[in-house]
Design a protein around this ligand. Structure first.
Ligand code: PHE
Length: 454
């Protein structure tokens, strides 16, 4: 059989459009709406946003193409895909680290992602109960503090989130993944627009826009540049095999280049809209932009609490955020689940169960870092912050570089050209220069700069 006719044993997307929806579903999640705004706030705003956008365009898009390409060629779970490609290119076994580290990173990320997904679940019920009617910033801040201070509540919601995620994962590609993504993205997008509309009425929209878009380079430090780069990888789901495995289900006549650009634009659009919705509310209510992971849970409820129909819009918003979080969390664990199935020949249901339990247990560390372990610091970071730093700022960018180098140097140009289907030779050369030289060097510079070596 011709290698490019291979298909994954786990299925194939029914069309290019389903792939775009599913990959956008994996990309758009808590990263855009929860994490992007709070990191922006912690890193002083506009300069961070600018570096983030540059990273998405110059690193994110070419690396996404590289990752889909490897996946579609290997047609398997990241660990096995890398094994196949190492054999095909006759290189050292060491390259398989891409698959292993990615699969591990997915599980580590899901362990805390599920905790925050649990917050979202809890906030649906708080909104429905009308908790936020007429709320002030002070009230939402103290409600949030009480909520995360309770290890028992976080434990409960984390468990529920994880259970539902694993039920969807157990359903498989066509059953679970495709159905989950169909109607959701457009509705979420619409609600975000509505929120931006509300923010325009606060009188602080200009201040919010200035904070986001008037670059103030005095705020830029090595570590904020690293966070911006890490966030670009995190938000686009790059460097850990999610995009590789979704790529393995892509029909062979799909243009990888165009698809990557669409996914990156949709993802960045949602993040920017979230920022535009949130910061005017922050300034209008004297909230602290740098208040950290609680930012959206402290700001958006103020808006919902004070708009007509707020109970409905608020609940709907958190429901949609929850579904967006699910479509991402499914993709975080998919590499591990499919690897278990392929390696041990167990059923999808069992593989989901084992992965879910292990990840759920690890999540307890994140829960406690907001209460019982709040004072326990590793290198000055809580357990959650450390896990986030290691995964987003180290594992994903390093995984991304390895993927870029592998696609750029080890796969033959003939193969990459035929997979990418870029017809314009100049564009192909530009892509190759980006994955061979520019992306790896840029990631290294940012990393070295952040640890103070440059
Ligand atoms: N991109 C997702 C988000 O922004 C998170 C994610 C990271 C999903 C890595 C899959 C892989 O929420």
């Amino acid at each position: 059989m011709n290698i490019s006719d291979r298909q994954s044993m786990h299925g194939q997307w029914s069309s290019r459009w389903t792939f775009i929806l599913a990959a956008t579903g994996a990309a758009v999640g808590l990263g855009n709406i929860w994490k992007f705004p709070y990191l922006t706030g912690q890193n002083g705003g506009s300069a961070f946003v600018l570096i983030y956008i540059i990273c998405v365009a110059a690193l994110g898009i070419p690396l996404m193409m590289a990752e889909i390409l490897l996946g579609r060629r290997g047609r398997s779970t990241p660990i096995h895909t890398m094994k196949v490609l190492v054999e095909e290119t006759n290189t050292t076994q060491w390259w398989q680290i891409i698959g292993w580290s990615g699969t591990l990173a997915g599980m580590l990320i899901l362990s805390y992602y599920s905790v925050i997904g649990g917050w979202t679940l809890a906030y649906i019920f708080k909104s429905l109960a009308g908790t936020f009617s007429g709320a002030t910033g002070e009230f939402t801040a103290s409600t949030f503090a009480t909520f995360v201070g309770s290890a028992t509540s976080l434990f409960f919601w984390h468990t529920v989130f994880m259970l539902i995620t694993m039920v969807i994962v157990a359903g498989g590609v066509q059953g679970g993944l495709e159905k989950a993504v169909q109607f959701l993205m457009p509705t979420l997008f619409f609600l975000l627009l509505l929120m931006v509309g509300y923010s325009m009425s606060t009188g602080y929209f200009g201040k919010g826009m200035e904070f986001l878009f008037t670059p103030d380079f005095s705020k830029l430090t090595g570590s904020s540049m690293l966070s911006a780069m890490g966030q670009a990888f995190f938000s686009l789901s790059l460097g850990m095999g999610t995009i590789m495995i979704y790529g393995s289900y892509v029909p062979k006549d799909t243009s990888i280049a165009n698809t990557s650009i669409i996914i990156a634009m949709a993802d960045t659009g949602v993040a920017l809209l979230a920022g535009m919705a949130i910061f005017p509310i922050v300034f209008a209510n004297n909230l602290e932009p740098g208040s950290g992971p609680g930012l959206i849970f402290q700001t958006l409820p103020v808006a919902f609490g004070n708009m007509t129909g707020g109970i409905i819009f608020g609940s709907l918003f958190f429901i949609l955020l929850l579904v967006a979080a699910w479509t991402s969390s499914i993709s975080l664990i998919e590499p591990l689940v499919t690897w278990l199935i392929e390696t041990f020949g167990i059923s999808r249901i069992k593989a989901s169960l084992y992965s879910g339990i292990a990840t759920w247990m690890l999540g307890l560390g994140t829960i406690w870092s907001f209460n019982l372990w709040a004072d326990l610091k590793f290198f000055g970071l809580t357990f959650f912050d450390l896990l986030d730093f290691i995964t987003s700022n180290l594992m994903l960018p390093l995984g991304g570089i390895l993927i870029a180098l592998f696609a750029g140097w080890l796969m033959s140009s003939e193969n990459t050209k035929s997979e990418l289907r870029i017809t314009n030779p100049a564009l192909y050369t530009a892509w190759q220069a980006l994955v061979r030289y520019i992306a790896p060097i840029a990631v290294f510079i940012v990393l070295l700069n952040a640890i103070g070596i440059l």
